[in-house]
Design a protein around this ligand. Structure first.
Ligand SMILES: Cc1ncc(C[n+]2csc(CCOP(=O)(O)OP(=O)(O)O)c2C)c(N)n1
Ligand code: SF4
Ligand SMILES: [Mg+2]
Length: 285
């Protein structure tokens, strides 16, 4: 694993709360490198799946646990929490169909997507979570990635699962409150964490927390949760910092500032963030 990995940071924080009575289904990606057969750093169980099928793996394990409970071969206190762990390449793309099916079936599981906005494990190719203008290994032109990040939160919410939230490792209190909330619920409980990635985003590993905080303070990464049919924002940054404070710390956006400022592109990114928050604030007033 790389020093300063924001995905590992959020996984650590969540695992500290969930504890060892968990079984993970982990789709191929950076986090699968945590385990070198036959060892894993998890105190509970861990299962490696293909990129597209981690939620299907979770279904199989939940079914097996339910059968063992029904046959009284394990006691309720021995039951395990099933947790799916994937990157954005799986969650936003290859695994979206399996996730949709799991939500349709009201599968009782927790899903954590650590979103480093690209295929990190294979060299940061773009994914459908890649933000506009970012340089990736498959978007190397002077303009970076031409598309826009997919809104996975809304796609998941459209399925009306028990819970959906965005989190980030740099805001551990917000994260802990959300884990506490989802632990009181049953059914599909979905989390997306922005996962600052020094290797793929090209910045000094010591900046991971600062970049995470700036993602929230600039409004680029809204912290919110959906439950009981309603979405609420758990932080509303009314005095937002300019998005360029977040962008300029990362090598993948340097072409927006050097050799000359790309005013139009920076304004496009700022305008999208402003429109998002104008709508949120208007709805709150
Ligand atoms: C069907 C399939 N295509 C390609 C790969 C090769 N592969 C392994 S990990 C990975 C990247 C996964 O990206 P993401 O889900 O965002 O996780 P990250 O690597 O960023 O942690 C790819 C493309 C694969 N395992 N399976
Ligand atoms: S490439 Fe990024 S997400 Fe993957 S281990 Fe390194 S820092 Fe973490
Ligand atoms: Mg990724």
């Amino acid at each position: 694993m790389c020093a300063g990995c924001g995905g590992l940071e959020v996984l650590h924080e969540i695992y500290d709360i969930l504890g060892a009575k968990t079984v993970f289904t982990n789709a191929a990606g950076c986090m699968t490198l945590l385990s070198v057969y036959p060892f894993t750093p998890f105190r509970g169980s861990w299962l490696y799946t293909s990129m597209a099928s981690a939620p299907a793996g979770a279904q199989g394990i939940r079914d097996a646990l339910d059968i063992l409970l029904e046959k009284k071969r394990i006691q309720p206190q021995d039951d395990l929490q099933v947790v799916t762990l994937t990157g954005d390449g799986s969650a936003y793309g290859m695994g979206l169909s399996a996730t949709s099916g799991a939500m349709d079936r009201n599968l009782d599981f927790i899903y954590l997507c650590y979103d480093n906005e690209g295929y990190g494990n294979t060299g940061q190719q773009y994914s459908s979570a890649t933000p506009h203008a970012a340089i990736t290994s498959t978007s190397k032109t002077s303009h970076g990635y031409p598309g826009y990040k997919k809104d996975l939160f809304s796609i998941w919410v459209a399925h009306r699962p028990a819970y959906v939230a965005t989190v980030i490792g740099a805001e551990p209190l917000d994260l802990a409150q959300k884990i506490e909330t989802l632990q009181g619920l049953r059914g599909p409980r979905m989390l997306i964490s922005l996962a600052p990635c020094p290797t793929g985003w090209d910045y000094d590993p010591k900046l991971t927390v600062e970049i995470g905080l700036l993602a929230v303070q600039t409004g680029i990464w809204p912290l919110k949760e959906y439950k009981d049919g309603r979405t609420i924002h758990t932080r509303i940054p009314r005095h937002r910092k300019p998005v360029e404070e977040y962008l300029k710390l990362q090598g993948r956006f340097q072409h927006l500032f050097e050799p000359e400022r790309a005013e139009k592109e920076i304004a496009v990114i700022q305008a999208r963030v402003d429109t998002y928050w104008d709508n949120v604030i208007e709805a709150h007033e």
